[in-house]
Design a protein around this ligand. Structure first.
Ligand SMILES: Cc1cc2nc3c(=O)[nH]c(=O)nc-3n(C[C@H](O)[C@H](O)[C@H](O)COP(=O)(O)O)c2cc1C
Length: 231
């Protein structure tokens, strides 16, 4: 299946058949997910493939028992945690050194990443960063953050959402269906997965074979002219 076919065949499916989906389909989609572009390549995402029957039952409940979760063959939770920069910083420094990247890139990973990803107790660092960006921004174009923990979560969430899209398109390309869900109890899902306080649950994605009446009807979008603005 080519890329555009995978994109146009993908729909959010709320009801799946009893047919099994083999693990290799999910593995392949996870391989595609982790190839998604992500902020500074810090890979602050995690993917939880909830296979244990009792954990899956709890997760369905925490997804408010919606049928897209209830009838799914597999449930994958994608999370984002800015504090995961600590996991990737050393491998990234080693990598940029080994490929003989420009000095600024090496310094970026050695010095700037630890500075950028810090928010401090009660966001105390955020104020300092905000002020530094404000000062620098008066003389030249400047990024204005991320400063607070929430800002850094937002950065991590953007990257995780891109991974989620790669995942669902890879499932579509293999002939199966998905539903991205944000209708869940984040507090309970975080507890179930034993996540850090700074982590966010970005998406629960269900996978299965589309059943009859898996969608509410044909795909609906606003006209392109309403949303594409040519300046
Ligand atoms: C971030 C996000 C959260 C979503 N949450 C839910 C959800 O909790 N339950 C659900 O049935 N569909 C959910 N959807 C699916 C959307 O409703 C669906 O993408 C939209 O209606 C367009 O339909 P289509 O995906 O078939 O094109 C979600 C989609 C996204 C991107």
């Amino acid at each position: 299946m080519d890329f555009f076919e995978a994109v146009s065949k993908r729909r959010s499916i709320r009801k799946y058949t009893e047919e099994d989906v083999s693990d290799s389909i999910i593995e392949k989609a996870l391989d595609a997910a982790i190839l998604a572009p992500n902020s500074s390549n810090t890979q602050t995402w995690d993917f939880y493939w909830v296979k244990s029957e009792d954990k899956k039952a709890s997760l369905i409940q925490f997804c408010l028992s919606q049928s897209a979760a209830r009838t799914a063959k597999h449930l994958i939770v994608i999370t984002a945690d800015p504090s995961n920069w600590k996991r990737s910083q050393k491998p990234l420094v080693n990598w940029v050194e080994s490929v003989k990247a420009p000095k600024q890139v090496i310094l970026y990973y050695q010095k700037l990443i630890p500075f950028t990803y810090r928010w401090g107790f009660l966001n105390s660092w955020a104020l300092i960063k905000w002020f530094m960006f404000l000062l620098a921004g008066t003389v030249r174009p400047m990024t204005r953050g991320p400063n607070t923990r929430r800002d850094l979560q937002e950065v991590a969430i953007k990257s995780a959402a891109l991974a989620a899209e790669n995942f669902v398109l890879a499932i579509s390309a293999q002939g199966y269906s998905t539903c991205m869900m944000e209708g869940f109890d984040e507090v309970r899902v975080k507890k179930l997965l034993k996540l850090n306080r700074s982590a966010r649950v970005v998406m629960v994605i269900s996978v299965g074979r589309e059943s009859e009446r898996g969608t509410w009807g044909p795909q609906f979008r606003l006209p392109k002219t309403d949303v594409v603005h040519i300046l």
